[in-house]
Design a protein around this ligand. Structure first.
Ligand code: GTP
Ligand code: NAG
Length: 439
């Protein structure tokens, strides 16, 4: 849209040519982020009162584990890019870390200004659009992608849109043609452009149908054109299902790769690293390799009859992979990181003792009092930053948390990322194909 281009242009102009006056004023107080020029002003009681009439917007919601939610917001922002809309992301909501942990703003974790500057479009948070304390209930018409791509549930995907943003949504089921393989019950993916097409009048009109009345005010509304909205965008891809696992992933390459930790969070994690390694406060953090070992019950259920000790990788399996990774880094850069850090959701103290016996480091969130100092989200966040700041990462196969951390290690640090296989005692043995079976 020409209108967004205008906003985007002024956005670039600010950054490429700051006048001396702007530089001086930066020393007094940080300038209001020009990202926010995509809104009329500070958060309002009703979101509609803050939307510009020359700009189009897009939003969606999350309802899974934290990493999956990061990927979902990546998909939303990519979809907004290709439709020239301004994306609005919500707070992260707790699932695995416990419902009582409360939500945390996207911008407390990821640097919104860096992201917007780097991808070239303003990215907004809901709490910048609408006052999070507002009690104004607002009606909104949205598309349900979920109803179109799967048959297990007949309802739209559950969203926390009412709880968080006081939105009373009337859903219109998307066309069955949204599904990558229409009617195929084992794959709920849709293609980015199938969804994007719905935001253009010519295609939108073809698929309009009777909306479901909203739960609070019982109004039936067609999908909004000023603020395009979709119930759930986790299962979206350009070409491959679960596309973040593939090199081609545009949502990774154009968007999520630029989700950089806020300077506050990176500095916090750097502090943990220095204290772990015994490096002075302003000392250089040595290059390291981290291991992300997913071992909680949500993974152990896939072990079936295989005992836990055989199902998950042993210390020896990890030690072999560490040696391989060191070798690869030596070949590539001539450096051999000697420091190894274990990050895991394991609760068993005996297992952590075994980790320390290997000579590996671990962040001590109990001694550091992480939860009381920073909140329930922070053991997870600090660990995620550590996983993404090393020269190597050994992940747990099938963990999306490992996957994103690994892609960061590769793309941010030029490091080595490998998934460690699990499920049976010899699951990762393909790594030693050169060793005869008899040994
Ligand atoms: N502190 C900490 N918690 C972890 C770690 N790995 C997993 N967890 C916990 O397990 C949850 C799993 O990760 P999420 O990103 O929430 O879930 P997901 O998106 O489904 O990711 P995967 O299940 O790994 O594919 C986290 O929210 C944490 O509660 C870790 O290394 N450190
Ligand atoms: C758009 O909003 C501006 C103020 O922000 C107003 O001056 C203008 O009249 C509006 N245009 C339309 C078409 O409503």
């Amino acid at each position: 849209m020409a209108a967004l281009t205008l906003v985007a242009l002024s956005f670039f102009a600010f950054h490429s040519a700051p006048t001396p006056l702007e530089i001086v004023s930066e020393n007094i107080e940080p300038p209001r982020s020009d990202r926010l020029d995509a809104l009329l002003g500070p958060p309002t009681q009703k979101f509609r009162d803050n939307l510009r009439n020359d700009t189009e917007y897009m939003t969606s919601w999350i309802s899974a584990g934290w990493t999956n939610d990061v990927m979902t917001f990546g998909n939303l922002i990519y979809l907004a890019m290709i439709t020239e809309r301004v994306p609005i992301v919500g707070n992260f909501t707790p699932s695995h870390i416990g419902g009582d942990a409360g939500t945390i703003p996207f911008g407390e974790v990821f640097d919104m200004d860096y992201l917007s500057r780097t991808i070239g479009i303003p990215v907004l948070e809901w709490n910048e659009v609408k006052d999070p304390n507002s009690q104004e209930v607002e009606e909104l018409g949205c598309w349900s992608v979920w109803q179109a791509v799967q048959t297990r549930e007949s309802q739209p995907r559950f969203t926390n849109a009412f709880e968080l943003e006081k939105l009373d949504i009337s859903w219109t089921a998307g066309p069955l043609s949204l599904q990558k393989i229409p009617g195929f019950e084992h794959d709920p993916h849709a293609h980015f452009w199938s969804i994007a097409a719905l935001t253009y009048p010519s295609v939108r009109e073809r698929y309009l149908q009777e909306p479901i009345p909203s739960p609070v005010n019982h109004v039936s509304l067609p999908p909004d054109e000023h603020l395009a909205c979709f119930d759930y965008l986790y299962y979206v891809c350009a070409h491959e299902s679960f596309e973040y696992e593939h090199d081609l992933s545009p949502a990774w390459r154009f968007v999520a790769k630029h989700f950089r930790w806020t300077p506050r969070l990176q500095t916090m994690a750097d502090g943990y690293l220095r204290r772990m390694f015994g490096v002075p406060e302003d000392g250089v953090i040595p290059p390291y390799i981290s291991i992300h070992a997913r071992r909680a019950n949500d993974f152990a259920v896939y072990c079936g009859d295989v005992p836990r000790g055989d199902c998950f990788p042993t210390m020896n399996v990890y030690a072999r992979r560490i040696a391989d990774t060191q070798e690869e880094l030596r070949a590539r850069y001539g450096i051999v990181p000697e420091h190894v850090i274990m990050l895991s959701d394991e609760q068993d103290p005996a297992w952590w003792d075994a980790v320390r016996l290997m000579g590996w480091y671990t962040p001590d969130h109990v001694a550091e009092d992480t939860v009381n100092k920073y909140g329930r989200w922070y053991p997870l966040l600090v660990d995620a930053v550590i996983q993404s700041s090393g020269m190597g990462l050994l992940g747990t196969d099938r963990s999306t948390m490992s996957l994103l951390a690994g892609r960061r290690v590769e793309d941010w640090n030029g490091g080595v990322f490998k998934m460690v296989k699990w499920g049976t005692a010899h699951a990762d043995d393909h790594r030693r194909a050169w060793i005869p079976d008899a040994i």
